[in-house]
Design a protein around this ligand. Structure first.
Ligand code: 5GP
Ligand code: MN
Length: 373
């Protein structure tokens, strides 16, 4: 027997957590449906304090504390279990503390540079950052205090993360994949002309096949996830990729949280009856992390991943049954992600979020959702 769960996905959050949650509350009361999970596709801006703003790369006019601090400091509690990936505007000093993911506030989980988690039996894969060819083959070498250069390079996608995600091939279904920038070439699978009417300045990049990450398009074709959500371009765009054997990937890019813009998608997905609505580690992902640990470096030199041309080196790290068994033993077969967030900052800040939102012209009325192809 099957039941369903309700997921809301969002585009760039840009620190507007208050807007996000209040809009979802409004959606819930309009639809009469209870939201089980919120998924955010980057530019989340988990800014704890003014110190974090030092290391967030963004134009000065957007250098704003936002409303995350309220959920971090315990003034308020995230009303929905929320998971997110990083984009190119992040409190990188904070996220760098959790390269493999972890809780950034009660009920708010960061997925790390890349990872797979499970919720109610659904496998959700995520990749943080945006593509930049210059830094692609380097290790994750950046550390605090960041320089002007590393404040930017910290959010550039690295080959180790794409390599690890590729090891998920044949590991079973990936239900949802999230990336901040779009898989390069995805516009060909949707209404490109309509997109160019709204964003004419995408034309040159699209013509040169340079809009987005070329490696994530490879991943899309390899892993064939049922859904793929992205953000970054501040426009809603839907596409449908038809794989062999009648499988599809429904792609949806979402806008940013401004009233009237399409930044949310409501998804009702069938799950097994009695599936636990809690976050769990993915056994296969844990095994991939263990299998590829020796490939991680903290150098800014190019570090190439093994490939099939090598005759001496292992290049396929898809976990064997034996390797998965090892992980099972370490975790005693219990993959529940412990809710072990420790409050480190006392709530000294005045709770004036609503009036700040009003000042910025934000309102929560008439929430908009979008449609797939
Ligand atoms: P962000 O919010 O990350 O600063 O930037 C998003 C904005 O930059 C979007 O409005 C999008 O139009 C623009 N943008 C981001 N990446 C590209 C790109 O590769 N090509 C073009 N033409 N615009 C981009
Ligand atoms: Mn962005």
């Amino acid at each position: 027997m099957n039941s369903t769960i309700n997921i809301v996905t969002s585009g760039c959050t840009h620190g507007e957590l208050n807007t996000l949650y209040k809009t979802i509350e409004e959606l819930e009361s309009q639809s009469g449906k209870k939201v089980d999970l919120v998924i955010c596709c980057g530019d989340f801006q988990a800014v704890r304090n003014l110190g974090d703003l030092e290391y967030m790369n963004c134009p000065p006019k957007y250098r704003d504390l936002g409303t995350f601090y309220k959920y971090y400091s315990g003034i308020d509690k995230a009303p929905y279990l929320t998971i997110f990936i990083g984009g190119n505007h992040e409190a990188s000093s904070y996220l760098a503390e959790l390269p493999y993911g972890g809780w950034v506030a009660p009920n708010i989980y960061y997925m790390g540079f890349s990872s797979v988690v499970e919720f109610a039996g659904l496998r959700i894969a995520g990749l943080s950052g945006i593509f930049n060819n210059f830094n692609y083959n380097k290790g994750h070498f950046e550390c605090v205090p960041f320089t002007r250069e590393t404040t930017i390079s910290i959010y550039h996608v690295r080959s180790i993360d794409i390599f690890r995600l590729k090891q998920l091939e044949d590991s079973g279904k990936i239900d949802i994949m999230i990336t901040h920038d779009w898989p390069c070439g995805i516009t060909k699978f949707g209404n490109e002309e309509e997109l160019l009417k709204i964003k004419p300045y995408f034309r040159n990049d699209i013509m040169a096949n340079k809009l987005g990450n070329p490696h994530t398009m490879e991943l899309l074709n390899m892993l064939k996830p049922s859904y793929w959500f992205s953000a970054h371009m501040h426009v809603k765009f839907a596409a449908l990729v038809n794989h062999e054997n009648d499988t599809f990937t429904r792609f949806l890019a979402l806008d940013k949280p401004i009233p009237g813009r399409q930044f949310l998608q409501f998804l009702e997905i069938p799950v097994k009856e009695g599936a636990e609505k809690i976050l769990k580690y993915d056994e296969c992902w844990l095994s991939i992390l263990q299998n590829t640990d020796h490939l991680t470096v903290i150098s800014n030199h190019d570090n190439y991943m093994p490939n099939s041309y090598s005759t001496t080196e292992r290049y396929d790290f898809k976990p064997t049954e034996e390797e998965k068994l090892k992980v099972r033993e370490i975790f005693s077969n219990n993959y529940n992600i412990p809710k072990d967030f420790l409050m480190t900052a006392p709530p000294h800040i005045e709770d004036n979020t609503d009036s700040l939102d009003q000042k910025r012209g934000l309102s929560y009325e008439n929430p908009q959702t979008t449609n797939f192809c």
